[in-house]
Design a protein around this ligand. Structure first.
Ligand code: DLZ
Length: 162
């Protein structure tokens, strides 16, 4: 995934009308310094695209591994048109990183196949904390904004076909 060559937030000119859309956001508390900024980036972009504050539900889970359960519950609650799952996993000295990343990736993929609404994969997976900071409002922008644009586009996709 190259951040330099393609940035979804750059496509903001093509973002559909989001004023009637409802979003659930589930945020991992682990690496809160990063996930808090990603959440803010997503909230700022949703607001800029006309999403009402009252149409956004934000829920916390302890770590990224719990994003799958949190997204499952949120996606089935009947109150949201899409879910954004936000987490940050930084590679450490043990294989834990790989297990968490694989679990979250598989879980969210399953949810997109079987669940009622799109679930956006907002998981930063980086080798260092510096790389995470660069993507959470730093040199490479705020990926939270991209997650929000993706969520709006996926709701629009679903609504076009209903
Ligand atoms: C245990 C763990 C570790 C080592 N690293 C991270 C991480 O970098 N990012 C993250 O979101 N969560 C981490 N966790 C916590 C797990 O996601 C999970 O909360 C625990 O394994 C309990 O299920």
């Amino acid at each position: 995934m190259s951040s330099k060559s393609f940035n979804l937030a750059d496509l903001s000119a093509n973002v559909p009308d989001a004023s009637k859309m409802r979003f659930g956001i589930v945020v991992a508390e682990w690496n809160h310094a990063i996930t808090g900024k990603l959440l803010q980036g997503a909230l700022d972009t949703l607001a800029a695209q006309g999403v009402k504050e009252s149409n956004i539900i934000v829920k916390n889970v302890p770590g990224s591994f719990e994003l799958v359960y949190g997204s499952t519950v949120l996606s089935r609650c009947g109150l949201v048109d899409a879910v954004i799952a936000i987490g940050c996993v930084v590679r450490g000295d043990t294989p834990h990183f790989d297990y968490i990343c694989e679990g979250v990736t598989r879980g969210i993929s399953q949810l997109n196949l079987n669940g009622p609404v799109p679930v956006i994969f907002g998981l930063l997976t980086t080798n260092t904390m510096e790389q995470a900071e660069e993507r959470a409002g730093g040199r490479l922008g705020n990926k939270g904004s991209e997650f929000a644009v993706t969520a709006i586009k996926m709701v629009d996709f679903a609504w076009q076909l209903r």
